[in-house]
Design a protein around this ligand. Sequence first.
Ligand code: B3K
Ligand code: ZN
Length: 967
Amino acid sequence: MHAYDLILHSLTFFQRDKQGRRRLICAVATEPLPKQVEESNMDTPKEIFLKDYKLPDYYFDSVDLSFLLGEEKTIVSSKITVFPRVDGSSPLVLDGADLKLLSVKVNGEELKEVLNMLYLSLLCISLNGDYHLDSRHLTIPSPPSGTFTLEIVTEIYPQKNTSLEGLYKSSGNFCTQCEAEGFRKITFYQDRPDIMAKYTVRIEADKSLYPVLLSNGNLLGQGDLEGGKHYALWEDPFKKPCYLFALVAGQLESRDDTFVTCSGRNVSLRIWTPAQDVHKTAHAMYSLKAAMKWDEDVFGLEYDLDLFNIVAVPDFNMGAMENKSLNIFNSKLVLASPETASDADYAAILGVIGHEYFHNWTGNRVTCRDWFQLSLKEGLTVFRDQEFSSDMGSRTVKRIADVSRLRISQFPQDAGPMAHPVRPHSYIKMDNFYTGKFLLCDIFMTVYEKGAEVVRMYKTLLGSQGFRKGMDLYFKRHDGQAVTCEDFFAAMRDANDADFANFLQWYSQAGTPLVKVTSSYDAAAHTFTLKFSQEVPPTPGQPVKEPMFIPVVSGLLDPSGKDMPLSSVYHDGALRSIASNSEPAYSTILRLTKKEEEFVFTDIHERPVPSLLRGFSAPIRLESDLSDSDLFFLLAHDSDDFNRWEAGQVLARKLMLSLVVDFQQGKPLVLKPKFVQGLRRILCDSSLDKEFIAKAITLPGEGEIMDMMEVADPDAVHAVRSFIRKQLASELKADFLSLVENNRSSEEYVFNHPNMARRALKNIALAYLASLEDQELTELALHEYKTATNMTEQFAALAAIAQNPGKIHDEVLADFYTKWRDDFLVVNKWFALQAMSDVPGNVENVRNLLSHPAYDLRNPNKVYSLIGGFCSSPVNFHAKDGSGYKFLGEIVVQLDKINPQVASRMVSAFSRWRRYDETRQNLAKICSLVNLYPNRHGLMQAQLEMIVSANGLSENVFEIASKCLAA
Ligand code: B3K
Ligand code: ZN
């Protein structure tokens, strides 16, 4: 509670002045808090709850901002037209952080500060003050009734702002990041997304230092001023929440292009970067135009202004930001050339440029009522960018990549202390609910990625056309509004007259449902029965769960591997026909809604092999009773390519888990010949897409396997995965060699699916071969490194060599740095590669890299590469001596003082600490080790405790570290 709240909850006396404004004349606190309590409470992290949402008491109509950008300080003036939601006498509370307030005026009249209200209230002294200030708010206790103007002038210091939130400087240029709650670092405001207003922005700055001045909307005017200064005036005709405000000022040049919209309007497109990088923006421009066209074609959504700007900045906490008509991007997601960016970078740029552009409708035109609704815009927009990338490349490969990402990062979040529903019930720092897009060890995936799966389920249930009808209705109902996840649900339901059962639980229940299925065939009755059970595991704050509505897309394969025609299915006392209009159906959606239920397919004349959860139709863990030979059969024949891949993954997971047990019991590791044969068949199947093959022969990640174990054992999992890789490399050596031979190309780099697929297959073959540590094969990798003409192949060869320590490893890494030392994005790849190394004891190398001249803890990308990269190595991060944890603990405390958002990403690497309790392993082994090594569980706990007790800890890190410890 703040002093101010106390006053309002106690006895207050007001009188009206000539303008009808209420003036506080006296206040008496009934239960005053001692001063020290008041002060300590001021900065105690405060949890905010969805259930406490209240409509704002005041709305803003228009906002005129003026910026005087300077080297020492920046002056921000705002003039806001305010109107009350209902006439009454509520105080107007504005958010503010790190601001120096210079003046406040209401209807042109300057207000005075009420100094220490608590003290004065206790003495019951008459006051004539007009506003109150604390470390987080500016409060006007008695604004006039009706519409009024509010003018506020603040002073801020962007050059000192290392949090990269609000207005800050990146490489000498000014830029902003306001989502989620950064606008309050620019000026006092109702910093919440349901306050939507029209903005004008005047920027004034030195012309030679900041020749380019940008903000949202249309440029109304610009001109020179005295003293070498100039100005620009921008107006955004669309109402927007303040999190979409943006400003950029600096020395930038643009790549310009034009897009003609479906209604024939010309839109100017500009991508801004420092002059030397403009040549690297061709792919970003291609991606932007492709996204604009795709949104018109698929959703009928046209861009709504005549100008669209993108600015690339090197210092950015996240991937990018969808500010209205002025997207600001992390340079990594804009700049690309064949020599400096990999296929993965090109694909990420396509996806993220699309993502931010798509927000113009899903996020900007229709925005969120409050931050709990974040998935309304993010889940939907991730789904849209996934679909866009699928349509631009290979749908199956994209789906595999997205599901792998979900499993590697979101499933662990759902199973750990940070588990929360797609729509969280509470938060301390909203930033902790955003996905970091390209971070190496990000676990903040639920709102975005699981949210996208929830949107995908609507599409699965409604079909493309039904989904489009729902989207159309959503825009028709809510354009220009700030709305909730229920509004989206209602639009989908109403447009299709659909029955979604208890679908809304996907928004409120955390945890990944575990679905178990058993099957049986009745040859006499010609029926095939699937029995399902489901259980959603308990998560923090949600010990008991209800069954969910889970769509399981299913098909049945006949013994020749073909899809059987499905006629009808019996479920819940009713026989439902599957075939429609006498067309046979080969796939159907089984709608699970109960804890246990069964589905009986009729007219099944041979024992089928079921293909379940096709396309990963729901974000669940599925455990089936399929035998290994069923899985090999699906791997060879399933018409659903996703499920073909999935069958291989299930086999690999089973194999890895059983070898982990062997390893723990000291048994020799042996690879089943059937597994090798199955992979060889895939490898040599020329009818298959090459990128699909590359995915199919990639083993599940170590994190994924540890996530499936009751007690995670990083050493065992690492040893097993390395063993299988080497064994496969040795047994499939000839096949891998011919893949490398046959997939070289001397042609110019092209970013398209066939070429990317070719490179992906060649690169994975090379990585397998190099794992053998055979001199000839290392020479081969070295040859590929030297002859590569693009970063995809050069870096893949480097990574293949870097697996094995030694002289060549050191020489090639040094050579790579020398080649690319002037390109900071490539140098970040070099940092990441070294940081991720599984060579034991690598923590020392990473510590040394912290003082490398190219390293800088203030740049998020460098932190994500080096520290994030390090945390993704199970061997070194989870080193038994605790050196990895100690390193991360120290970095987090140091980083938190510079940039809390980045620090909280890093601390999240500890989030699964309870999973690493070695004491539950083989007792005999532990007894001999326990004196040598304290258990990992305790080591991580100690670091978390050290972090939460650090002085001046940010709310960002506090939220993560304290939730980890409380779990
Ligand atoms: N909406 C932004 C992320 C904002 C980051 C907040 N700390 C990018 C995106 O998801 O599109
Ligand atoms: Zn987004």
